[in-house]
Design a binder for this molecule. Structure first.
Ligand SMILES: *Cc1c(COP(=O)(O)O)cnc(C)c1O
Length: 448
């Protein structure tokens, strides 16, 4: 099978996995290739995950339109496939706006999110008729009124502070009282307020948090309408971790509250801003072990280098990428990293050792995983980090390369959504790829 590219050269090569080949086979293939070469770190992306997330969203959350939060993973391939599948987008800067606009996404499907925006980015949004902007303070409101008088503002409501992340939650959003104040200022400035956004992080979701947020949003809608605004957008934010169970749970919690406070009235759009949801498990990061040390911990917890007979060894593995590269997100959020697994086959009987994983820069901060249990590994072995989708940011030069793939079955899903290569995914070039063992026919074609 061979798929045609378009007259203008497609920019992204995506391997189309034939037969029963799976993404794991793609990882194996690239590890084999890399083992003969530089053993550089790389990502493998399974675009089928992104597609299946969208199919699931449509099935379960059909009353809520998703706007993908581009900062979660700004891979142009991910953006193009989501644009083709019809999501909207939340951008946090000019670069992301450019990226999304480049795929022909209509301006009304784009939100300039973030509550503190560079003036030139607001002007840029105005120039491109991107009218939905998020705001939670008066200084920002005045900036928007000055540079983008036709904007439609979404007021960001403050969420109840929650769990350990309290300090990261507090600076964002305004209280109900502040919202009234902002609505009045907006009216004085002749700036249009069109709706309300709230955001409940996945770590803090309970029924009460949702019902409080939705009822507060109702209050702001009522205040807005009282002041003469046409309130028509309710944005329930992000916080979808990608698991089916959580999506189910959020839906079951949110739906009755929405039905109660926002019975489907004319002209109301309910939207959400999932980011991690679409990409997290779509990317796997493969890293090579470049160095190894062993230490021992004695009964008092002291670490020393010389192993004696009955000391349990601990291993320090150094990888070819770290906190100053692909794991930059780790500095912001400890649990953004999932525990790695060894790529090589290990028997179930093999003992596991306490191990720590480090990046290559002899820096104390460059610790990627403080402690995990792994079989003993050697220099040259590979480690796989699943759920690496939200650690990927495009445009950083040190980023390891990404190999994109999709199975035939998932590609069929894309077709079922009415998307074809020549119309909506012009940058894609699908390269048929047969990875089954014991098959001599390996068909690889390069884009015309
Ligand atoms: C990061 C971000 C999101 C996505 O939230 P997740 O919970 O990470 O999926 C949504 N909206 C905005 C404005 C963001 O910056």
């Amino acid at each position: 099978m061979r798929m045609k590219g378009t007259p203008d050269e497609p920019r992204f090569s995506v391997e189309l996995l034939e037969g029963s080949a799976a993404v794991r086979d793609v990882i194996d293939k690239h590890i084999r290739d890399q083992t003969l070469a530089l053993k550089s770190a790389f990502f493998v992306a399974d675009l089928g995950v992104v597609v299946r997330r969208q199919v699931r969203w449509r099935a379960q959350m059909d009353q809520i339109r998703p706007f993908y939060a581009v900062k979660s993973n700004s891979s142009p391939v991910v953006v193009e496939i989501l644009a083709a599948l019809g999501t909207g987008f939340v951008c946090s800067n000019k670069h992301e706006l450019d990226l999304v606009k480049g795929f022909g996404v209509p301006s009304q499907d784009i939100i300039l999110g973030g509550t503190c925006k560079q003036l030139s980015h607001i002007k840029y949004a105005a120039k491109h008729n991107i009218s939905l902007l998020v705001c939670d303070n008066e200084v920002e409101l005045r900036k928007i009124a000055r540079c983008h008088p036709k904007a439609k503002v979404l007021l960001l409501l403050r969420s109840e502070s929650c769990c350990e992340r309290e300090e990261t939650v507090i600076p964002f959003g305004s209280t109900l009282r502040d919202c009234r104040h902002l609505l009045e200022r907006a009216r004085e400035l002749s700036l249009h307020v069109t709706g309300v956004k709230f955001n409940i992080p996945s770590c803090c979701q309970d029924a009460q948090a949702f019902s409080r947020a939705v009822s507060d949003a109702r209050c702001v809608f009522d205040m807005g309408e009282e002041l003469g605004f046409e309130m028509s957008v309710l944005d329930v934010g992000g916080g979808f971790d990608g698991s089916e169970a959580q999506l189910d749970e959020v839906n079951q919690t949110l739906k009755p509250v929405l039905d109660m406070y926002f019975p489907l009235s004319t002209g109301l759009s309910i939207i959400a801003e999932p980011g991690v949801y679409y990409v997290s498990s779509a990317f796997t990061l493969a890293m090579n072990i470049i160095a190894k040390k062993s230490v021992a911990r004695d009964f008092s917890g002291q670490v020393h280098n010389a192993l004696s007979a009955n000391d349990e060894p601990e291993f320090l593995y150094y990888m070819n990428d770290g906190v100053y590269g692909s794991f930059a997100g780790k500095l912001l959020c400890e649990d953004s990293i999932s525990m790695p697994s060894a790529h090589k086959e290990v028997s179930a009987e093999e003992p596991l050792f306490s191990s720590s994983l480090w990046g290559p820069s002899a820096d104390d901060l460059d610790q990627v995983v403080e402690r995990c249990l792994l079989p003993e590994l050697s220099v040259g072995d590979w480690l796989l980090f699943g759920n690496a989708g939200a650690t990927f940011t495009n445009g950083e030069e040190h980023n390891p390369p990404v190999f994109y793939s999709i199975t035939e079955c998932d590609w069929q899903h894309v077709h079922n959504c009415g998307v074809t290569l020549d119309v909506r995914m012009r940058n894609f070039s699908l390269i048929p790829c047969c990875l089954q063992p014991n098959t001599s026919k390996v068909s690889v074609s390069t884009p015309a």
